[in-house]
Design a protein around this ligand. Structure first.
Ligand SMILES: C[S@@+](CC[C@H](N)C(=O)[O-])C[C@H]1O[C@@H](n2cnc3c(N)ncnc32)[C@H](O)[C@@H]1O
Length: 200
């Protein structure tokens, strides 16, 4: 499993990333009509900033969050330990290609910038589809292969060739039983962003 470089870890933990994440979660909430009664999953939660934002904005009765890097989960744990809704949160070390939850458990799965780190990225998309119930939403934000060859990304060690373009992403979603809703959009770091609904 590919680990992030020291530079990327520093970027992920920076206040700049936290600021961008606020915009990303707000965008997902604008695009998706997410019920506050839903059970949600934050896949590859990193520092836990996204989990805190989801808890604040949506107050889901349950939010599971995981990352495969135990040191990131440690950061997230410290970040969320005193959150007012922390009793609704279940934080774990886990791998997105083997999500440790049963089929159809979640109503929404969030991920920002996680899947392009995973060599078997199609397996992670399949797993997101598997754990969503019918009508559940997959909220994603990823860089395309083209984007990974540009700007800041060139300073980060990603295995670009094995990653995806828009069509490959769409086909992986379709294979996972996820239908894209509305247009794919762009956010400052990502050029493949949007929502997909789990089909019955
Ligand atoms: C660029 S960071 C993004 C973190 C966070 N989602 C954010 O928006 O800041 C990528 C994260 O994906 C995690 N990750 C990479 N491969 C993973 C896998 N197979 N399963 C779960 N998490 C993974 C990394 O440990 C890291 O925390």
């Amino acid at each position: 499993m590919a680990r992030m470089s020291i530079f990327e870890r520093w970027l992920v933990k920076s206040p700049f990333r936290a600021w961008l994440q606020r915009g990303e979660i707000r965008a997902f909430l604008r695009w998706a009509d997410l019920s506050p009664h839903a059970c949600m999953l934050d896949m590859g939660c990193g520092t836990g900033v996204s989990s805190a934002l989801i808890l604040d904005a949506l107050r889901p009765p349950c939010l599971a969050a995981f990352d495969f890097d135990s040191s990131m989960v440690g950061v997230a744990y410290r970040h969320l330990a005193r959150h007012r809704h922390q009793q609704r949160l279940h934080l774990a070390v886990a791998d997105a290609t083997h999500i440790p939850y049963r089929d159809g458990l979640f109503d929404a799965v969030f991920e920002s910038g996680v899947v392009h780190h995973i060599p078997d990225w199609r397996a992670a998309v399949r797993e997101a589809g598997r754990v969503l119930g019918p009508g559940g939403r997959f909220c994603f934000a990823e860089p395309s292969r083209r984007r990974l060859r540009r700007g800041l990304y060139r300073m980060l060690p990603h295995s670009v060739e094995s990653m995806f373009d828009v069509e490959e992403w769409r086909s992986a979603l379709a294979e996972a039983g996820l239908q894209v809703e509305g247009p794919l959009r762009r956010l400052p770091l990502w050029d493949i962003c949007g929502l997909a609904m789990k089909q019955a």
